[in-house]
Design a protein around this ligand. Structure first.
Ligand code: 13P
Ligand code: SF4
Length: 314
């Protein structure tokens, strides 16, 4: 089918089935364009908790589908490709994380949303990169905290809050790949450019960044800023929305350290295509299913995050 036909069929099916399509900022431009909602991990969870649709299609990665299903267990949650995983979530197997938690009695557990349902079930409160700082700060300064799985985000939050959280040693293969040397060289070509970086990047990249934030925060910053040129150190899918919101500004993807690529894409996020989205809506599969006991345990720390975020106006 041609792309225009696929779009027509997706539109027909979503109406017929009362389905809603939610896409993360790291999806391809064509998927972002067809989605009912495009946002960061926090926004996807907030929308999934509130939607009146019967079917939720999450165009993102597996843990985002799981989060939607945990929050809306009565709804059918579909993802276009079950192979769309996440190296960060994979870097934290639930059995190993449980051993780590058990080895540290008395610690509160804060987990990034980029985790499996089983890890969330071991967690006191979930965070995303949009609310991690504020949620950590709701705990007393001397509270003993385990933060997992992203060591870069954890180190960054420790540095800006003066905390000493115990970190799980996990990372995202996309965000760890940015080359600080290439960013510095780009700054020589574009001396007026501001460097924007996601906190999943390594410390040297965060050190040269003019602004550090979640995908939604980077988008907001680039829109409000008087600057016209930005070097963006996060998955390059976000450039679609940045360029759309700021057609006169220039956005340059920060390069990874492998010599061939000019921008950095998440191979998992990019598994989703219009064809797979159409098939998934038509066949109502692959569906995310979560065992009831797991859902009940994992929903508590996610709801806690949503409650705190609402109170803080995030
Ligand atoms: P945010 O959506 O919180 O910015 O996280 C980025 C990410 O890596 C999602 O996989
Ligand atoms: Fe996971 Fe990194 Fe891909 Fe986000 S960009 S889905 S953290 S592997």
């Amino acid at each position: 089918m041609k792309s225009s036909e696929l779009i027509g069929e997706i539109n027909r099916l979503r109406k017929e089935k009362n389905a809603v399509i939610m896409a993360h900022y790291y999806q391809t431009g064509e998927i972002q364009e067809i989605a009912d909602y495009v946002g960061d991990s926090l926004a996807l969870a907030q929308w999934a908790a509130k939607t009146g649709a019967d079917i939720i299609v999450i165009c993102g990665v597996h843990f985002m589908g799981e989060t939607a299903k945990i929050l809306s267990p009565g709804k059918k949650v579909l993802i276009p490709d079950t192979a769309a995983g996440c190296s960060l979530a994979d870097s934290c197997p639930a059995d190993k994380f449980a051993e780590f938690v058990n080895a540290h009695p008395g610690y509160k557990v804060i987990s990034y949303v980029n985790t499996t349902a089983a890890v969330k079930a071991l967690t006191d409160v979930v965070v995303t990169s949009t609310n991690a700082r504020q949620i950590v700060e709701t705990f007393d300064k001397d509270e003993k905290i385990i933060f997992g799985p992203d060591r870069n985000l954890g180190n960054y939050i420790n540095s800006i809050t003066g905390r000493d959280m115990l970190l799980w040693d996990g990372a995202c293969h996309v965000h760890e790949k940015f080359s600080v040397e290439k960013i510095i060289k780009l700054k020589e070509v574009y001396p007026d450019a501001l460097v924007l970086a996601h906190p999943e990047c390594k410390k040297p990249v965060l050190t040269v960044a003019d602004y550090v934030g979640s995908t939604a925060a980077l988008l907001k910053f680039s829109t409000k800023s008087d600057c016209n040129v930005f070097i963006v150190a996060t998955e390059s899918g976000i450039l679609h929305e940045m360029q759309k919101a700021n057609p006169k500004k220039t956005f340059i993807p920060a390069p990874p350290n492998d010599s061939t690529c000019a921008c950095n894409e998440c191979n998992f996020m990019r598994l989703n295509t219009l064809e797979k989205l159409y098939d998934c809506l038509k066949n109502e599969t692959p569906e995310i299913l979560i065992d009831e006991k797991m859902q009940k345990a994992a929903v508590k720390p996610i709801k806690k995050m949503l409650e705190i975020s609402e109170k803080l106006g995030l």
